[in-house]
Design a protein around this ligand. Structure first.
Ligand code: UT7
Length: 323
């Protein structure tokens, strides 16, 4: 049985760090409020010349280096983003070009904060379906460019960055002891559109628009939706929380992360948290957190790793994989 195994990972962050203290001089907020309500202490903000594609390409190069591969080895690039460089062409083909590739194919995936989970599930399906052997899966965002910097309820929450993994086809036994993606559980419900959306777009206003969120409403749904797909992932594999080595959640809010882990009985020592450093980087947050924990040796070969996210749409999902 073909499995999609993580062979390399990499990240890219903008040069500029924006601290909570600096935000205090921009909107009516405080470091104490932001830390207490979200766990965020700082975020990175893209400057001139830094875009979703430039950050995504940098993360992709780092992932290829770590895998000991070159762009020539890649068949497919999937970029999860809601902040593309242009309405079209896709940021994925922009990155393909930056990597000097003119073979293979590349496309974007738009599932907002769940984008990386959707992209991993898609890459796995393409690999198992025989349509690609090696896939670059990238989560890259510049949410700073769609924030209303006068709205304190949203502008303190998000940041920019990118993370990438190389997924590679490997022969497995078809058991849960195999390395690679074991199951993906994806969900969406468009009825929740108004709770988290961007108030512009090519076919409506003809503008890019700004992010709008009813934070409390999103919060109310988050823990329940996240835990539902995680339970579905365990049910699909016959594995349980006791088998889990690491939970790598989407990094939106420390309270959502802790609440989900607690509801499932996952000890907090097994949860990777980077929201303090990066803020909410939407589709980039999971690969950034994954790279942090794999890079410092916490996640080791053979570990059972759970990825989960919930975001605009609403979309939500979980991927269970063996590292
Ligand atoms: O990435 C996926 C999707 N996004 C999320 O998962 C985000 C989900 N939501 C959240 O993380 C939280 O709801 C927030 C962090 C956005 C807000 O936390 P909360 O505990 O739900 O606060 P709240 O919205 O209920 O606001 C509490 C108070 C309000 O004042 P009043 O009405 O109680 O007087 C807000 O006006 O905090 C006020 N407030 C702020 N105060 C200082 C809102 N934003 C700020 C701020 N600084 N930046």
């Amino acid at each position: 049985m073909i499995r999609s195994v993580v062979r390399g990972f990499g990240t890219a962050l903008p040069k500029r760090v924006l601290t909570n203290r600096e935000l205090e001089s921009m909107v009516d907020t405080s470091d104490e409020w932001i830390v207490q309500r979200t766990g965020i202490r700082q975020r990175y903000i893209a400057g001139e010349g830094e875009t979703t594609a430039s950050l995504g390409a940098e993360a992709a190069r780092a992932a290829l280096d770590r895998a000991g591969l070159s762009p020539a080895d890649i068949d497919l690039i999937i970029v999860a983003t809601s902040t593309p460089d242009n309405t079209f062409p896709a940021t994925a083909v922009n990155i393909q070009n930056r990597l000097g590739m003119s073979h293979g194919y590349a496309f974007d995936m738009q599932a907002v904060c769940s984008g990386f989970v959707y992209a991993m599930a898609t890459a796995d399906a393409y690999i198992r379906g025989g349509m690609a052997r090696r896939v670059l899966v990238i989560g890259a965002e510049t949410f700073s460019r769609i924030l209303d910097w006068t709205d304190r309820t949203t502008c303190v929450l998000f940041g920019d960055g990118a993370g990438a993994v190389v997924l590679e086809a490997l022969e497995g036994e078809g058991t849960v002891a195999d390395r690679g993606v074991l199951t993906s559980q994806l969900r969406s419900d468009g009825a929740h559109r108004d709770k988290l959306y961007v108030d512009g777009g090519p076919s409506t206003t003809g503008t890019v628009g700004h992010l709008r969120m009813e934070g409390r409403e999103v919060f109310k749904h988050a823990v329940g939706m996240i835990t539902d797909v995680i339970v579905a992932a365990f049910d699909a594999t016959g594995l349980s929380v006791d088998d889990l080595d690491w939970m790598v959640p989407h990094q939106a809010n420390r309270r959502i992360i802790d609440g989900s882990a607690k509801k499932l009985g996952i000890p907090l020592e097994k949860v990777v948290v980077t929201v303090d450093l990066h803020g909410n980087t939407s589709a980039a947050s999971i690969p950034l957190a994954l790279a942090a924990a794999a890079g410092d040796g916490r996640i080791k070969e053979g570990d059972l790793v759970l990825l989960e996210a919930m975001g605009g749409g609403f979309t939500w999902g979980a991927v269970l994989l063996r590292w």
